[in-house]
Design a protein around this ligand. Structure first.
Ligand SMILES: Cc1cc2nc3c(=O)[nH]c(=O)nc-3n(C[C@H](O)[C@H](O)[C@H](O)COP(=O)(O)OP(=O)(O)OC[C@H]3O[C@@H](n4cnc5c(N)ncnc54)[C@H](O)[C@@H]3O)c2cc1C
Length: 338
């Protein structure tokens, strides 16, 4: 049995941030990820709000100034003041992992967590590990969350292609349509390429391929993107809101962070910034034992925004997806906020 002060499950933005914080505070940290290398394959549209830390500017690939929302085939509603960055998500995740390693965390890839026992013993890559604290940062279908009964019950399924971008562009395009139920389509420019994707409720997952094909051919016709598909990705996004971010397995405390804690926004699907922030807080709490502070901070920062988003999402799902309902369900419109 290998022991540590903190075991971190997952080395995405939440797990890498948690591992770095706990290690900086002197903890022996072992952090595990099933991936073979940080951040790859990328399953992300790579947009973050402008507030992302300056130390990560090496991962920023282009500036975003505005958001253009297309409701069905109407002319776009442009929101000029929407600053953000398009990241190279693999480089971003790798930088966070490197920071964790530099802080002294033992970072282990190719380490699939097979099981977490009722006593809090972690089984991964043929080893058994234990620690007084486990940070579950293992994404939307978290094993740590499952072990303590905190499961993301609502998900959106996505599909995304990367295509050539024929003209420089500095806005994010959002496509709202009855034909994209429970989600939306996006075109996010990143230098000379763009991420073109969509998300829908899981029961309509089979529609994703034709939805993307249709959006793609329309944009090709308009001369905005190339016909060639450079990359294909996808994945699940938790959209059921915040879970109870802590629990216990006998004497082992379990803290959840990022998607494992249900912190992605149920309307936009954005979860990178919340993953980094909650991961840092979880790492601090793991090191100091201030679990109640962790829970309180997440409640204060995220609860209200996530609940509003869930309300809007439920209203939209219960509607006929008419244009007024689509607008009320999207952050660019004042009616979303009232
Ligand atoms: C297609 C798509 C587009 C998105 N676009 C955006 C966007 O533009 N902007 C934004 O802010 N958010 C976006 N998101 C959401 C964002 O990617 C997540 O919110 C973010 O990655 C959450 O970080 P995390 O560290 O909590 O989880 P993850 O990044 O999912 O990391 C979890 C890690 O845990 C590991 N893991 C899982 N299970 C195990 C196991 N059993 N054993 C070992 N390791 C395990 C995984 O390999 C992974 O590395 C998008 C999501 C998808 C699917």
């Amino acid at each position: 049995m290998e022991t540590a002060d903190v075991i971190v499950l997952g080395l995405g933005p939440a797990g890498a941030s948690a591992a770095a914080e706990a290690a900086r505070r002197g903890c022996k940290v072992i952090a595990l990820d099933r991936k073979h290398e940080p951040g790859k394959p990328v399953q992300c549209a790579e947009l973050v709000p402008a507030m992302i830390g300056a130390e990560l500017s090496g991962s920023v690939r282009q500036r975003i100034d505005a958001m253009a929302t297309f409701v069905e085939d109407d002319a776009p509603d442009v929101k000029p003041d929407f600053p953000g960055h398009m990241l190279d998500r693999a480089a971003f995740d790798a930088a966070l992992v490197e920071a964790a390693r530099r802080a002294g965390a033992q970072v282990r890839f190719s380490s699939y967590v097979r099981k977490i026992s009722r006593e809090g013993i972690v089984e991964a890559a043929g080893r058994r590990l234990s620690a007084p604290v486990i940070v579950g940062a293992d994404g939307p279908r978290s094993r740590a969350g499952k072990a303590i009964g905190a499961v993301n019950s609502e998900l959106v399924e996505t599909r995304q292609i990367t295509v050539g971008l024929l003209e420089p562009y500095h806005a994010t395009d959002i496509f709202l349509s009855r034909g994209i139920p429970g989600g939306y389509g996006w075109l996010f420019p990143k230098g000379d390429v763009a991420n073109l994707g969509a998300g829908v409720v899981p029961r309509h997952k089979a529609r994703l391929k034709p939805i993307i094909a249709r959006l793609h051919s329309k944009l090709v016709e308009e001369g905005r993107v190339g016909a060639k598909i450079v990359r294909l990705t996808g994945g699940a996004i938790p959209v059921g809101g915040m879970l109870e971010p802590y629990g216990a397995l006998e004497k082992t405390v379990v803290l959840l962070a990022g998607d494992a804690a249900g912190l992605a926004n149920p309307v936009t699907g954005a979860g990178i910034a919340a993953a980094v922030h909650s991961g840092r807080l979880a790492g601090q709490a793991a090191a100091t034992g201030a679990i109640a502070d962790y829970v309180e901070e997440l409640e204060d920062v995220y609860r209200a925004a996530l609940e509003r988003a869930m309300r809007r999402r439920r209203e939209l799902l219960g509607s006929n997806h008419g244009k007024a309902a689509l607008r009320r369900g999207w952050i660019a419109y004042p009616e979303y906020w009232t």
